[in-house]
Design a protein around this ligand. Structure first.
Ligand code: FES
Length: 166
């Protein structure tokens, strides 16, 4: 009797929606994933939105030139903040006009002055871990994730070998 030398995953691993969701949750939402390139964020206010395995995010360059990533959801009623890509001076939610600085801090909210106890300085968009490596923007939905260098030792040098001279 011959044995089959080929070992393959059961077909369900490719088609079962529950397995796919588990893979997204346990792998892709806990590891560093490519989000974009700094050329998409040349000047402060440039942003781009992305879907990372079912989670809406966006990356933006703030006024200090820092590339940041946030969940693409307003702190008020979780409306989507930005679409596609482009440039914004501030981030204005299209639903009730809460307005955020490029670093995620709440700048203004209509009616805030007349709302007892409302403290805008305590409100900030939910950040997502991000790192720049060789001009590539990587994000990780796990706030406790180890840095890229831990997962991929030497990644910056390895990538640099393939980059054009500046
Ligand atoms: S949901 Fe954004 S301002 Fe209300």
């Amino acid at each position: 009797m011959s044995t089959n030398p080929v070992h393959a995953l059961d077909a369900a691993h490719y088609t079962d929606p529950a397995l796919f969701e588990r893979e997204r949750e346990r792998v892709f939402r806990r590891t560093w994933q490519f989000a974009g390139h700094v050329s998409q964020l040349e000047r402060p206010g440039n942003y781009f939105a992305l879907d990372l395995h079912g989670r809406g995010l966006f990356c933006v360059k703030d006024r200090e030139g820092v590339v940041r990533a946030f969940y693409n959801a307003c702190c008020h009623r979780a409306h989507q903040l930005v679409e596609g890509s482009g440039h914004k001076r501030v981030l204005v939610c299209p639903y009730h006009a809460w307005t955020y600085e490029l670093d995620g801090r709440l700048r203004a909210a209509p009616g805030a002055d007349s709302t007892p106890g409302f403290d805008p300085s305590a409100i900030c968009l939910t950040p997502v871990r991000s790192e720049l490596v060789g001009g590539f923007v990587f994000v990780n939905l796990d706030p406790d994730a180890e840095p890229m260098e831990h997962w991929y030792p030497g990644i910056a040098d390895a990538l640099a070998e393939y980059l054009p001279d500046p």
